[in-house]
Design a protein around this ligand. Structure first.
Ligand code: FES
Length: 323
């Protein structure tokens, strides 16, 4: 009977199930998601959850170890058994919970140090990898020239650079049409359609489906701007097409064929002192109507291939800002 009782210490240790590791994992996951979505609040909440559950987990683990019966190694059992008659104080086996077995101490410290090192390595790397995409985006305003450079009703394939420090690397193309004046708030204001040429399938450069420039006997317009070299090539497109996989769009940027998942992105603009100023890009699910009367279903700018409406949008919860 005694052998059966003491042999229990040789059984492999299986920790009791606990919910603390799950809470700890949720905290870490929230922390990492927060680094992308909202570094200040969500990351802080995630870190707090991880710390609370981590402490509770550690407490549960150590109290379990403290409360477990002590395993006496076989050699030591033999020694204590033989030495018992010589002196009770020196040979009495340790009472349950009186000492902390070395193997369990090593097990706990190894796991704890592993978790600490993993956290110290993972969190900064994740932060450095993900945060710049959200925090280091520059806002831009591009002067595209006087609105009189753009003849009313005429399309222009316009190229410009968005960042003077990056010059040609930041060159973009947009299809621009001057829609003429529209009445807004009791006043007449200029209206422009400005469509990005970045294909919303995989990002290839979309082309105007129709004659452009010299074929039309029209000159390229080079508006004088302090910002960048702007070039506006007159065009008469029947629509826009992507050379990569055959994506097709109408002149409002609505997808008409091929793999793109939404309408072409557009640029916001403003008019100041008679000049056309381009600001941020935004995404569009579809456009109803045309020209100045178009109703644009507008969304925050997202990357190519991403849905902005419908149930598929749940697959794209996070989007770093980009130009
Ligand atoms: S990238 Fe334009 S259709 Fe594929």
């Amino acid at each position: 009977m005694e052998d059966n009782e003491t042999s229990g210490g040789d059984e492999p240790h299986v920790p009791s199930p606990t919910v603390w590791p799950i809470g700890f994992a949720i905290g870490i996951a929230t922390l990492l998601v927060g680094l992308i979505v909202n570094p200040l609040w969500i990351s802080t909440i995630g870190a707090a959850i991880a710390i609370v559950f981590g402490v509770l987990w550690a407490r549960a683990a150590t109290s379990e170890l403290r409360g477990r019966p002590v395993e006496v190694e076989p050699e030591r059992r033999d020694l204590t058994a033989t030495a018992a008659p010589a002196g009770a104080a020196a040979t009495a086996p340790p009472a349950p919970g009186e000492t902390f077995p070395r193997n369990r101490f090593l097990e706990g410290t190894t796991l704890g140090l592993g978790a600490l090192i993993g956290g110290v390595l993972t969190v900064p790397v994740a932060g450095f990898a993900l945060l710049p995409a959200f925090l280091k985006q520059k806002k831009f305003v591009v002067d595209l020239g006087s609105i009189s450079d753009y003849a009313e009703g005429q399309w222009y394939v316009t190229t410009f650079t968005v960042d003077p420090t990056e010059v040609e690397v930041s060159r973009r193309t947009a299809f621009i049409r001057n829609n003429g004046l529209i009445a807004t708030g009791g006043k007449q204001a200029p209206s422009f359609t400005i469509i990005s040429n970045r294909c919303v399938h995989l990002g290839c450069p979309v082309q105007a489906n129709g004659p452009s420039g010299a074929i039309l006997g029209m000159k390229t317009v080079r508006p004088q701007t302090p910002h960048s070299a702007v070039s506006a090539v007159p065009s008469v497109p029947a629509g826009f097409g992507c050379p990569c996989h055959g994506g097709q769009y109408d002149t409002e940027g609505n997808r008409t064929a091929g793999p793109p998942v939404r309408a072409l992105d557009r640029y916001d603009y403003s008019i100041a002192n008679g000049r056309l100023l381009l600001t941020s890009r935004y995404s569009v699910s579809k456009v109803d109507g045309t020209g100045a009367q178009a109703k644009i279903h507008k969304y925050k700018s997202v990357g190519p291939g991403e849905h902005v409406d419908g149930w598929e949008q749940i697959f794209y919860p996070l989007n770093p800002p980009h130009n």
